[in-house]
Design a binder for this molecule. Structure first.
Ligand SMILES: NC(=O)c1ccc[n+]([C@@H]2O[C@H](COP(=O)([O-])OP(=O)(O)OC[C@H]3O[C@@H](n4cnc5c(N)ncnc54)[C@H](OP(=O)(O)O)[C@@H]3O)[C@@H](O)[C@H]2O)c1
Length: 228
């Protein structure tokens, strides 16, 4: 299995990468500062490589593709994991700046689109191609009872629509959106009940057991289908 994971230097992405290696996969990771990704480097060993990647930049995604092309023709699984939660502390409409909203959308929504588009030629050569995009229950329209966090919520709703549309258009691949749970990471904070390793374990199970019939669906880390 050949896997690409974005934002794999820490948190859920790091755990996804570690577990991919344990499954015997070849793992290519994209991170913003490869020189600082020491834990990831040690975890990958000879089973993977780390390349510089900022999912908010077309040029950076192009450089990532060039580097990848020297190593492989195929990818079986793309995990769009990289994300930011810029309005985690201050989520009201009055404090929402256009700049914060656009930056969040660029990373969380356009990032997965850029990466998926760039990876399509590799996925077409891969076996049972899967694109798993780490979204959030906060992007669910029907689940939104708490309000707030406009930028983050909007960005995850947009990525959910991307997943659904991709599934309709590209029936040869399996495209799913995933809610990882509330996870103990820099983003989720210390109060979160779920360890990143447990969330990643669940995500991998969902990815590995998903079939084309699941394409265009939204699941949590426990495999439960979630409402859009
Ligand atoms: N933790 C939770 O409770 C929770 C709940 C629902 C959904 N999620 C989603 O799960 C995913 C992973 O989050 P996490 O909890 O593991 O958060 P995290 O520990 O903050 O990790 C986020 C990762 O994304 C990377 N990243 C951010 N912007 C990037 C960019 N422009 N280009 C490339 N990489 C970028 C970060 O890299 P740097 O180190 O360079 O910043 C980091 O590796 C995110 O999509 C998040 O929205 C998390």
């Amino acid at each position: 299995m050949v896997v690409v994971i974005t934002g794999a230097n820490k948190g859920i992405g790091l755990e996804l990468a570690k577990q991919a290696v344990a499954k015997g996969a070849r793992v290519f990771c994209g991170v913003r500062r490869p020189g600082e990704a020491t834990e990831l480097k040690a975890a990958l060993g000879k089973n993977g490589e780390i390349f510089g990647l900022d999912v908010s930049s077309d040029n950076s995604v192009s450089s990532f593709v060039e580097a990848l092309r020297m190593r492989t023709k195929e990818i079986d699984v793309l995990i769009n994991n990289a994300g930011v939660y810029l309005d985690s502390q201050n989520g009201g409409i009055e404090s929402l700046t256009s700049q914060m909203l656009l930056e969040t959308l660029n990373i969380n929504s356009v990032g997965p689109v850029r990466m998926t588009r760039a990876m399509l030629p590799f996925l077409k050569v891969g076996k049972n191609a899967k694109v798993a995009s780490v979204s959030s229950l906060m992007g669910s329209l029907s689940d939104n009872k708490a309000g707030g966090a406009y930028a983050y919520r909007m960005s995850k709703t947009a990525v959910n629509m991307f997943v659904k549309t991709l599934a309709v258009d590209e029936s040869w691949l399996t495209a799913i959106a995933l809610h990882p749970g509330w996870v103990k990471t820099d983003m989720g904070g210390r109060a979160a009940p779920l360890e990143a390793s447990k969330s990643a374990e669940g995500i991998w199970t969902v990815i590995e057991t998903s079939t084309p019939a699941d394409s265009g669906k939204f699941f949590n880390h426990a495999g439960r289908e979630l409402p859009w």
